[in-house]
Design a protein around this ligand. Sequence first.
Ligand code: SF4
Length: 374
Amino acid sequence: MAPSLYIHIPFCEKKCLYCDFYSLASQEKLAADYVRVLIKQIRRIDAPVSSIYIGGGTPSVLGINLLGQLLKSLKKIITPGIEFTIEVNPESFSKKSAELFLENGVNRLSIGLQSFDDQKLRKLGRIHDCRKAQEAVDLAQKSGFKNISIDLIFGVWDEKFPDWKNELQKAVSLPVKHISVYSLTYEKSTPLSKMLKNGLIKPLEDEAVAGMYEYAVDFLEGRGFKRYEVSNFARDGYICRHNCGYWQNESYAGIGPSAVSYLDGVRKKNIPDVKEYIARIKKGSSVIKSQEKLSVVQKAKETAALKIRTKEGISLEWFKEKTGFDFLRLEKSSITGLREKELIDYEKKDGKIKRVSLTKKGFLFCDIVSSELL
Ligand code: SF4
């Protein structure tokens, strides 16, 4: 299978309090220089890609002119039926940008909506409000986007269960086909983790967060959004093919500062510095910060750790074909403990184990399961 392509846009209007992705406040000249080097890199792509994802940061802060240049440069690698996603934020998404995206082959829009609660949005340091979020979805639909995804965050300190229920209700009333729900995490070196350290906020109890997640699963599944990965729900036919590639440990190329590539079993991480990135591409020197060649066992274990996150789990036949390893033998030491803790379970046919997948409890502790399998 051809690798997928990820393009990182490392600019945002303002940094959100919880975010640890590499991005900085957008500056016009820097953004223009950056798009020029991206185009230079895209011109060098001479093989087909299986999907394209422009993420960030906030791609929509680039503005029409720069986005137009970037999208035009990608036209040569768009093949019929390819999934092409772009992330936008409500405050920087416009009718003009929607038209530009559609004209240039973008067929999936991921809106960084995060919440339908103005107070919660302010707490998280987001700069849009609920009205703007709703307008962005309406605009996307009216412009002709059929495949619209939104993100929601839950488990914010002080968050009340009834408010979360209302947000989910609002989400399913919108013309969206895909919903991602993430619990708030307090990542190191974010303003939020400092607030936590200084005792300014107190996180919700784990049980409350787990309850919110389980409610979301039941509610969304009951409204036709099937969970296909721990945090991702889609109506039939609308799963994100690009992200499914990651969970199947397929190869991908990442362009941009901090982007990661995984090609021919080698993982490479780009430097997380946009100015340095531009300078190096201009000079023709490497932008790789670190790289690691994975052994066949590492590759197989990573495949297990990623694929277990999906609803379908790991079919033993698929795993053998993909990695050459017998899953039960490879993961023997972890499987027993994970089953004893009721985090994973077997699916059997004619008395034989065919598949291993997360249990209801396993979905809550998916990160533990993945790290055990690694
Ligand atoms: S808009 Fe997205 S990428 Fe930018 S700071 Fe906020 S969460 Fe991070």
